[in-house]
Write a new protein. Structure first.
Length: 248
């Protein structure tokens, strides 16, 4: 069944699309960088986020790939989320994102009261001064004039359920292991996965049930799905790394 999606805000470089639904949970999806440099990033997780039209959803695209650092972008997004939630009488707001979009969702959790945030392969920082070893997305990163959202530091698990998922492939651990260790934040690492974690989970039929569990706030179900793919909590992953290093 086709999902109805239309623009509700066009304010370059920000674009927000809306898909109506009858449920009382508003889902907000943040797009990643995309694969084509000179084309806007495609909106992501449409079928999973909307449950094929049941959930109302906003799809947020940063065409400049600023990692939320474009002037005024954060405030415009927050205003649109709040206005939409009020109009729909939404009782919960859930944030979803992959890569850059995941970082955006995590940053904005300090400005909007998300019930849950599912962040797949987020970057700890896009700032070259913070992540000098990161060589990806340099075309966009070097065009960011000011890093207002410099790094992910302030998470609020007392009001938001966070599920952060990284692989341990090239470039991923450099970000994952810089994330703050915050009690109550479910941070998983999936050995053998790289930055294509989301696409791999989709190919294996896991992404949709994972997104659904996040939207429904089903923490144990989320953990079972990730552990079935070989994932483990970051604390267990780091302990295993230390054991292997000690064994030579």
């Amino acid at each position: 069944m086709p999902v109805d999606i239309h623009d509700i805000l066009i304010a370059p470089p920000l674009r927000i699309h809306f898909s109506p639904g009858a449920a009382r949970t508003l889902v907000v999806c943040f797009a990643g960088v995309g694969t084509v440099r000179h084309a806007p990033p495609a909106i992501e997780l449409v079928g999973s986020a909307t449950a094929n039209g049941r959930n109302p959803a906003l799809f947020v695209t940063d065409e400049s790939r600023s990692w939320l650092n474009a002037p005024g972008m954060a405030e415009r997004i927050v205003a649109e989320i709040r206005e939409t939630a009020t109009r729909l009488a939404a009782t919960r707001i859930v944030g979803l994102g992959n890569s850059m979009g995941a970082s955006m969702a995590l940053h904005l959790s300090g400005m909007i009261e998300f019930d849950t945030v599912l962040a797949l392969t987020p970057q700890y920082s896009a700032n070259p001064a913070v992540m000098p070893e990161e060589r990806r997305w340099s075309y966009f990163r070097k065009r960011i004039a000011q890093f207002r959202f410099d790094r992910i530091e302030r998470l609020s698990p007392e009001r938001t359920r966070y599920v952060i998922v990284h692989g341990d492939g090239p470039g991923e651990l450099a970000h994952a292991l810089r994330f703050p260790r915050v009690p109550g934040v479910a941070h998983f690492i999936v050995p053998g996965m790289d930055h294509r974690l989301s696409a791999t989970l989709k190919a294996r039929g896991v992404l949709r049930p994972l997104v659904r569990a996040a939207i429904e706030g089903r923490g144990p179900r989320i953990r079972r799905l990730i552990e079935a793919e070989g994932g483990m909590l970051r604390s267990a992953f780091e302990a295993r790394r230390q054991d292997r290093a000690a064994q030579g």
